[in-house]
Design a protein. Structure first.
Length: 294
């Protein structure tokens, strides 16, 4: 018993530097951000409190409202399309096709790139001089245009397209691991019963790999909240503010407009939104895992 207690003490001692870093770098910075959001700081922090006045200003800002609505559209489409594409690709890979390792690498490779690189790649792809538009016109379709990136009502979908290109491979890898864990006897039983394959995947397999799908959803949701570098690299928030997102709003107010308190209020609002999304997902994942064990 003493040996066990000593082992646990060594584990806690080894984890102590990590906990110190978490407390100092994460918790303290979050608390400081919240405190500054309660002041009227501009260029530099000023500890003259006006409490929730910055949050009132933030919610009345048209730019913030546009950024939040853009994030909702981007997030819903990005997560939904990634999950569907990733699931389909995982099913394809699960058929033990020839060259599986090659295709897995090709599908997963975009995720190894940063969002900045993804944005630059899609800038080239969408460039009218040598991108998709030029390629199609080179085939003889002289009137073809693909200028969504400069259309205020369509630019947000270009962000979705670029993000899906990057993120769907991750979903494929996660769900493929789940598919490979499905008992072979289950497949044999469904074949004997003559159940259609699509019904097996949707009604039997999908509930089994639901915890993996939840993990993929959480990772995609984190990418949505952090969608700053993709926006800056691909559209710069334009045309106008058609692709503005909360992260870009915060960074602009923090550095360009020198409104520290308002930027910190926006950051806290983003944190609250993340917690409101991830906590129910966490408990739902635990519930599904417990249900699968039963």
């Amino acid at each position: 018993m003493a040996k066990f207690s000593g082992t646990r003490a060594h584990v806690y001692l080894a984890m102590l530097p990590v906990w110190i870093i978490v407390l100092v770098a994460l918790v303290s910075s979050t608390v400081w951000t919240f405190v500054i959001s309660l002041t009227n700081s501009k260029l530099l922090p000023v500890y003259k409190f006006n409490f929730f006045h910055q949050y009132e200003l933030l919610l009345k800002q048209p730019a913030w409202q546009v950024a939040v609505s853009n994030l909702i559209v981007f997030g819903v489409l990005f997560i939904a399309i990634c999950l569907v594409f990733g699931f389909v690709m995982a099913i394809m890979m699960d058929q033990r096709i020839r060259g599986e390792a090659f295709f897995r690498t090709v599908f997963l490779y975009p995720y190894a790139m940063s969002f900045v690189v993804t944005g630059l790649v899609w800038q080239w792809v969408l460039n009218p001089g040598f991108g998709i538009q030029a390629a199609v016109r080179g085939l003889g379709f002289e009137n073809f245009t693909f200028d969504w990136i400069v259309q205020p009502d369509r630019a947000i979908y270009i962000l979705v397209l670029a993000a899906v290109w990057q993120g769907s491979g991750l979903v494929m890898a996660i769900l493929l691991a789940g598919l490979r864990g499905v008992d072979e006897d289950l497949w044999k039983a469904t074949r004997i019963d003559g159940i259609a394959k699509w019904r097996v995947y949707t009604s039997i397999v999908l509930p089994i790999i639901a915890p993996m799908a939840a993990t993929a959803t959480v990772l995609l949701a984190v990418s949505v909240v952090k969608a700053y570098d993709l926006v800056v690299a691909l559209t710069g928030g334009g045309p106008g503010n058609a692709t503005e997102v909360p992260a870009k709003f915060v960074m602009e107010n923090l550095f360009a407009r020198q409104n520290v308190a308002l930027a910190n209020a926006g950051a806290i609002m983003m944190l609250v939104a993340v917690i409101a999304i991830l906590v129910p997902m966490y408990y739902a994942r635990r519930y599904m895992a417990q249900k699968a064990e039963v």
